[in-house]
Write a protein that binds this ligand. Structure first.
Ligand code: 5GP
Ligand code: ZN
Length: 136
């Protein structure tokens, strides 16, 4: 099996696990952006959110909340970025769906702010997106 996160699920590869339930696991990121940076993964191989069966969503969020609250309580962080990189151009490197839990603090050197643009979508395009969203 190629997928490193499936290997962690199957205990073929080591990880420092924080939390586990029947459908999800969290563990420390091997190259943390901040103290306590963790990943939450489903115990199901889906390369991204679109391919993940819905019954895994709740388990993922249960793991996300338990892990973050534990980090808050033990490490004292009260601010987090909960993040998913979807696709290569969005920064995805491991193609097994995962959420990042990135603890944040005042004046840390991390950044999630970018230059913002004005909305350039026409009313017609927005209407088309709204109508299309109802199909899923
Ligand atoms: P992505 O860029 O795909 O959203 O994030 C992949 C994350 O997985 C990175 O933050 C990277 O440090 C982490 N990672 C990659 N390989 C391993 C590993 O073998 N073990 C652990 N614990 N984390 C890993
Ligand atoms: Zn996998």
């Amino acid at each position: 099996m190629e997928c490193i996160f499936c290997k962690i699920v199957n205990q073929e590869m080591e990880a420092i696990k924080i939390y586990e339930n029947d459908k999800a696991i969290s563990f420390l990121d091997i190259a943390p952006l901040s103290n306590g940076h963790s990943l939450v993964i489903p115990k199901y191989h889906a390369s991204n959110l679109f391919d993940l069966p819905r019954d895994y969503w709740m388990a993922m969020h249960t793991a996300l909340i338990a892990t973050s609250k534990a980090i808050e309580k033990v490490l004292g962080f009260t601010n987090f970025n909960f993040m998913n990189n979807h696709g290569k151009y969005a920064g995805q490197v491991v193609f097994h769906y995962h959420m990042h839990i990135i603890p944040r603090e005042k004046n840390d050197k991390l950044t999630t702010t970018h230059n913002r643009n004005k909305i350039t979508l026409s009313k017609e395009t927005v209407a088309q997106i709204q109508k299309t969203a109802l199909l899923f």
